[in-house]
Write a protein that binds this ligand. Structure first.
Ligand SMILES: N[C@@H](CCC(=O)N[C@@H](CS)C(=O)NCC(=O)O)C(=O)O
Length: 227
């Protein structure tokens, strides 16, 4: 691992911790990779003032979408959370402790993609918009607040169906803690920000509590909170 250089550009937001939690899981399971963390700013107020701004020219060269998280591994940039953790798995999760081999385990790999896409295209954008309308919008727009909050809750109902007779989102039997759990936990664990009470979905709450206990999840969630 020592010949590989990895940098994570991030922040401890739901998208940001998806990458840092998985990197900490890899470190706990395999002893690496080591990575450098660069804290970014996503605040409009910082444009032109803070060097690590996500819309700065140097950063747009790494991620044309100008968002965190982004990684650069041996000069190769990767953006979008799910693409980042799939890339990291392909490079570093050699024993498939948190992922599935597309060549030898294609059905479980497909399940992994299904649940990653479900959260990447569903929970992430919907809860992100709920956050915006409920916490940050300069005007009070009840339609926007309700639409995105209700859609987020509808997606949590889907998680509850999936988790009613299993421990993890993917894998045979009761499942295996894997990439889709990390990606989805990163959003669901922060749902109290918009007043969602997970007691509404006991199986989802139990799943969040199981993940939150993991030392690597604690470490990954804290990356960037004080640096
Ligand atoms: N689809 C992207 C979303 C990334 C994203 O929205 N990141 C937010 C922080 S959680 C950000 O960088 N926002 C800055 C901006 O919108 O300018 C992913 O999964 O990586």
């Amino acid at each position: 691992m020592s010949d590989s250089k990895l940098t994570l550009y991030g922040l401890p937001t739901p998208n940001g911790i998806t990458a840092s939690i998985f990197l900490e899981e890899l470190k706990a399971a395999y002893g690496g990779p080591d990575y450098e963390f660069v804290k970014m700013s996503i605040s409009d107020a910082d444009i032109g003032k803070v060097h690590n701004q996500v819309k700065a020219d140097w950063f747009i060269k790494l991620n044309p979408n100008g968002r965190i998280p982004t990684i650069v591994h041996n000069g190769f940039p990767v953006f979008e959370t799910s693409a980042i953790i799939l890339y990291l798995a392909s490079q570093f999760d050699k024993e498939h402790k948190f992922s599935y081999d597309p060549a030898t385990d294609p059905l479980n790999y497909s399940e992994e993609l299904q649940w990653l896409f479900f959260t990447h295209g569903g929970i992430g954008p919907m809860q992100g918009q709920a956050n915006h309308f409920i916490k940050f919008a300069p005007e009070d727009i009840p339609y926007g607040k309700n639409r995105y909050l209700n859609e987020t809750k509808r997606l949590y109902n889907v998680l509850a169906i999936r988790l009613q007779d299993r421990d993890w989102l993917t894998g045979p039997g009761r499942g295996k803690y894997a990439l889709a759990d990390i990606k989805t936990y990163s959003w669901v664990s922060k749902s109290s920000f918009i007043g969602i009470d997970l007691n509404e979905w006991p199986a989802v709450k139990a799943w969040v509590d199981r993940i939150a206990e993991r030392p690597a999840v604690k470490a990954g969630s804290a990356v960037g909170s004080s640096s």
